[in-house]
Ligand binder design. Structure first.
Ligand code: CP
Length: 317
């Protein structure tokens, strides 16, 4: 595997899960792979889990790690070609990317949807320029449309906790004060659709995701009905995808918060969220603190997903 930006890049899911299991049980078995290899992680947006888990994964593999925060100490980057650069951005991404590539062996990029242009976001304008111009393997640390390291960790976690072969997994929209990208729900849906789980998406009308991500999922607008018999509840907010409301917050209906009453409708479901989560907006204190909340082991599995992906990339160098 050279680049990792979506579920197809990981290959067969059963094999990927077996590789992840090996990594989790043998964290330091592959240190030779990263010797004298450098990972450069570039962040256009903030992070806690992705930054720490990916760095830990790289260190477990014996790599050196460089972290660059574009908004903290780096030159602001112009990303449009043909612009007269007389503003506040002194460097163009077309020089910055190959320079970055010359300092490392593998590049991780975090670059969220900017909501300035749906086309730019959904063609992954920034991530794809790294793939095109860096000359190095590139993996997504959450891009405009997907967050595959998160989704891989989510899948690993579901496999660890599931009590039936084909659990019912429900992705539910929940309220949030700000407009958030669709990357996490898109990506979660993409990975769930690659399994044989029963998969349901529930959200208020107007929050329909792109067809390519909804795939075979059942869309249920009645959240309580969706929760019935669920084995896993995966909560996330996202902004509208459909035109003309792309990137907008259409409602903040607190009735969509995940609380104990709704969890009581499920099959004693586990509660999941990628974090960070806004308590008592997305989920009540009682649910996230309950024994059925697996958000911490889910986050811990971010090291496993990152290490499995980095190992595959290093093995291909
Ligand atoms: N879930 C996740 O990607 O967390 P961070 O934004 O803190 O990296």
């Amino acid at each position: 595997m050279r680049n990792f930006t979506k579920v197809q890049d990981i290959g067969d899911l059963h094999e990927a899960l077996a590789k992840a299991k090996f990594v989790k049980e043998n964290l330091y078995a592959d240190q030779h792979l990263g010797k004298n290899k450098t990972l450069l992680m570039i962040f256009f947006n903030s992070s806690l889990r992705t930054r720490l888990s990916t760095q830990k994964a790289a260190l477990n593999l014996g790599m050196n790690v460089i972290v660059l925060d574009i908004n903290s100490g780096a030159w602001k980057l112009e990303i449009e070609r043909g612009v007269v650069m007389d503003g506040d951005k002194p460097e163009h991404i077309l020089e910055a990317i190959p320079v970055i590539g010359s300092y490392c062996d593998v590049i991780g990029v975090r670059s969220f949807a900017r909501f300035e242009s749906k086309e730019d976001d959904y063609t992954e304008k920034i991530l794809n320029q790294f793939i095109q111009y860096s000359g190095k393997p590139v993996f997504s640390m959450e891009a405009a449309t997907r967050h595959p390291l998160q989704s891989f960790a989510d899948l690993i976690t579901i496999e660890e906790y599931k009590k039936t072969e084909r659990p019912k997994v429900v992705l539910t929209w929940a309220p949030h004060p700000k407009a958030l990208p669709q990357a996490v729900p898109n990506s979660f849906a993409e990975w769930m659709n690659a399994t044989d789980y029963e998969f349901v998406i529930t959200h208020p009308k107007g929050y329909e995701l792109a067809d390519e991500f909804v795939g075979r999922a059942k869309v249920e607008y009645d959240q309580k009905k969706a929760f019935e018999g669920a084995d896993f509840i995966y909560a996330k907010n996202w902004s509208a995808y459909q035109d003309p409301n792309y990137g907008q917050v259409l409602c903040k209906d607190m009735d969509w918060m995940v609380d104990e009453a709704k969890m009581a409708l499920t099959n004693n479901a586990y509660f999941m969220h990628c974090l960070p989560v806004r308590r008592n907006m997305i989920v009540s204190d009682a649910v996230i603190e309950s024994p059925n909340s697996i958000v911490i082991p889910e986050a811990a599995n971010r090291v496993v997903s990152a290490q499995t992906v980095l190992k595959e990339i290093l093995s291909s160098l």
